[in-house]
Design a protein around this ligand. Structure first.
Ligand code: HEM
Length: 503
């Protein structure tokens, strides 16, 4: 017979599905599961935290698993993370998976130079002196969203009820969208900013964003069915129209971060179409995590009255010391966050991110390489495989590092004298003790602004409003597991709360 028979085809299929892969002596323990090709795909997708925890118990601090046709090395020892995160991209590349996600969701292929521009520009505008400028704009917009609309005459003093997720997400979204992407030029001559007009403009945008973000995990993994594909395409077209460069640039008060980013992208040859697609990426990156983070911090504070009281007293004292006080009329809160000391609030923010942030850090193995673990053991990683760190399991909820890891302790990160606590594993101090923003060259460049936003939101809510959960007995909702790995967890459902202006 001159042609390869069915037995060859079977061999070929078995080879592609990894049936013959054997662990060589220096490689991490290999676990292919029982289902050919899919391996542990189902468990990994359904309950990644439990799956990774069980695997770590079985195999130790490094192991290789087969997941939907790809081999992923999982590293669970946080002392080894630094070694991995500083590895060159010629060995451990960050772009492979990220490129696919960006292409699937936003429709363009970013390059290394785009990545560099985002990082360097954000370093310039989203930290230090320039962050203080952006924070000032953010205070104003948040005040506008919270006080001028909630504080309107007919609402004054009366209790309002809303879903806490909806309220927190919408407030942060509107304020930060206006602070970063600018405001429509004033048509009227009414001097003070036409708040209602601005807010109506972002209302529709917010609703469309919620729909878009709902599909994000499936879009990212390229798993949308035809009906949802059509829906997401429509939503993208809506955003691409709203985010046409000329439309965005016709606004007032655009942040320098955005103006310079788009300008620099144009300078390296990005077409106008790509600039719009890139603006949608920036919109998503700057909004998708902060809304749910704002929800969790308020939810935890409302569920833990002792925490709420302590943080509130600390914030009020800090504001008094700078001569500020929240009022509906008169001067607004305008305080530089660097100048006030709020160690309890800072700790509550860190504790919230510890419990709510579940991002994967993903790298592709570009060449056969050795990885030296912090305990001195060396392993060989194979070219073409991948590497994954899941800080939520390895760090954030590791009981050796954080006793009672699933309990919210607002002062967990602060010593009684106000200094920051240190954290240890195996008796050794941890360099990275939480990683809500990823790590290495891909670490979130908006992290300082994100933390400022959370703090401003809490400060405003605690000083200007009285709040309570509608049903104080109600447990906080569990997390929506379908989004595991994609940033801040979403609650599986909303929870109702009441609020009213204090003055
Ligand atoms: C609580 C809020 C936030 C969280 C938890 C968060 C988390 C993350 C994570 C995990 C990544 C990917 C890191 C990696 O691949 O290792 C990322 C990337 C990014 N984030 Fe954030 N982020 C937040 C808020 C923000 C804000 C407010 C901005 C901008 C104003 C922002 C801008 C970006 C950008 C532009 C990237 C892509 C960076 C690149 O391509 O190198 N993020 N973020």
């Amino acid at each position: 017979r001159w042609y390869p028979g069915p037995e060859w085809a079977t061999l070929g299929v078995l080879h592609t599905i990894g049936a013959f892969r054997k662990r060589s002596p220096k490689e991490p323990p290999l676990d292919k599961g029982f289902i050919p090709w899919l391996g542990h795909g189902i468990n990994f997708k359904k309950k990644p935290s439990i799956f990774l925890e069980e695997m770590q118990k079985k195999h130790g601090d490094i192991f290789t698993v087969l997941i939907a046709g790809i081999y992923i090395n999982i590293v669970g020892d946080p002392h080894t993370f630094e070694q991995i995160l500083k590895e060159s991209k010629e060995k451990l590349d960050f772009n492979g998976f990220a490129l696919q996600v960006v292409f699937n969701v936003f429709g363009f292929q970013p390059t290394y130079s785009h990545h560099k521009i985002v990082q360097s520009n954000s370093k310039k505008h989203l930290r230090g002196k320039n962050l203080a400028v952006l924070n000032k704009a953010m205070w104003k917009k948040m005040e506008m969203v919270l006080l001028r609309t909630q504080g309107s005459a007919e609402r004054k003093g009366s209790w309002q009820q809303d879903g806490l997720l909806r309220f927190s997400y919408k407030t942060i979204f509107q304020a930060s969208f206006l602070a970063l992407f600018g405001t429509e030029p004033e048509k009227s001559s009414e001097g003070n900013e036409n708040a209602t007009n601005h807010l109506m403009q972002c209302e529709e945008f917010y609703e469309a964003f919620q729909k878009f973000d709902h599909f994000f995990p499936e879009m990212a993994l390229g798993m949308l069915g035809p009906v949802d594909k059509a829906k997401t395409q429509k939503l993208k077209e809506y955003f691409w129209d709203q985010l046409l460069v000329e439309k965005v640039f016709s606004k007032d008060n655009i942040s320098n971060w955005l103006v310079e980013l788009v300008q620099q992208m144009a300078d390296v040859g990005m077409t106008e179409k790509m600039q719009t697609q890139f603006l949608l990426l920036l919109l998503w990156a700057s909004q998708a995590n902060t809304g749910p983070a704002a929800f969790w911090i308020l939810a935890y504070l409302l569920k833990h009255p002792e925490a709420l009281k302590a943080v509130k007293e600390e914030v009020e004292k800090a504001l008094r010391e700078t001569g500020q006080e929240a009022k509906s009329e008169g001067p607004s809160i305008d305080v530089s966050l660097d100048t006030i000391k709020t160690p309890l609030l800072d700790s509550a923010v860190e504790e919230t991110l510890r419990l709510a942030a579940g991002s994967f850090v993903f790298r592709s193995v570009m060449q056969d390489m050795d990885l030296k673990m912090a305990d001195g053991k060396e392993y060989t990683l194979r070219k073409g495989d991948h590497l994954l760190i899941f800080p939520f399991v390895a760090l954030h909820t590791n009981p050796e590092i954080y006793p009672d890891p699933f309990i919210f302790k607002y002062d967990r990160f602060v010593n009684p004298d106000g200094t920051k606590k240190e954290f240890y594993k195996n008796g050794k101090k941890l360099k990275y003790y939480t990683m809500p923003f990823g790590g290495g060259t891909t670490m979130c460049p908006g992290r300082f602004f994100a933390i400022s936003e959370m703090k401003m939101f809490v400060i405003m809510m605690l000083t200007c409003f009285e709040m309570e959960l509608v049903n104080v007995e109600e447990e906080l909702p569990p997390v929506d597991k379908s989004r595991a790995g994609f940033g801040i967890a979403h609650p599986a459902h909303d929870i109702q709360f009441r609020y009213r202006l204090r003055f």
